[in-house]
Design a binder for this molecule. Sequence first.
Ligand code: FE2
Length: 358
Amino acid sequence: MSAHFLGLGITHYPLLAVTDEHMADLLRWTLGDPGIPDAEKDPANWPELMRTEWADDGGTAAAAGHRKHLLEDLARTRAKLDEFQPDVVLVWGDDQYENFREEVVPPFCVLAYGETEVDPFTLMSNRGAPNAWGLPEDATFTLHGDEDGARLLTNSLLEDGFDVAYSYQKRENGHFPHAIANTQLFLDYDNAGREFPYKILPITVNCYGQHAIARRGGLARFADIHDERLDPVGPSPKRCFQLGGAVARAFAGTDRRVALVASSSWSHAFLNDKDWHLRPDTPADQVLYDSFTRGDWDVWTSTTGKQVVDAGQHEMLNWFCLAGAMHELGLPLNWSDFVVTDVFNSNKCFAIFEGQAA
Ligand SMILES: [Fe+2]
């Protein structure tokens, strides 16, 4: 028996699911924050990339280019997935005050769900942004879970000394974690997620840590975060890296074909306090991307949770899980792309790891 692995990294950027006119809505919302100095909001003082993207149409023309770039990279990762023919697609994604709220916030949770109806559009339509497909805003698709695989995985992780939580039922009336839902939506963009043939096995990562409850999913005005009551931190980057390794080991003794997917953008403008939530922390992302392409995981495992939070890279913890798995398996990076933007909230990264495990 021997398992086969493929590693992928993608984005679950919610605004890719809305029309071009609305793709810069998060920045528009931020510009309405009275707690941000006027000079910071003045495009005359913005970096060149930001001014160019914003232009005189609030980013609409640039949105078309951003979408095209992201869709090309998504098509490439989807093609690789089809070529690989996975038995299961394991996804590390954050829970953004969706499934897990005040009752309990697990650092890591395996979602052992079966067939699940997911409504991918209401998250953004509730904020006034229509979906890019022109579908009814309450349209749904079925996410094929892997109940049995999830139980076996959880069991293996626990026996390996990794104390993960598990869940058999999603929160009632809650929004299904968009990190997971959008992974299916974007990997099956042409069909708005409705014809994705593979099973998805999600592991949620508490990426939002000290902001999980405090900011209820991340968006906050400066006036409100002035004296915010922080939550306990999320799992450390190093621990996420270790989880990735444990997940790889858990499958290694099976005969399954497993695609391991990190689902998230890199630094987020709305989490980057030091730049007034206006743009992502591109220099910090660049440092991690450079070592990522070199396979220099020491830079990643020595990154602290504080550094991640200071850069607004909270959601990158999903990528730390992927990195740990790739390290464990010795799977080489075959291709990657780093997509930089100043007005579309987050930098995005795409990656494919494949080949002979070392
Ligand atoms: Fe997210």
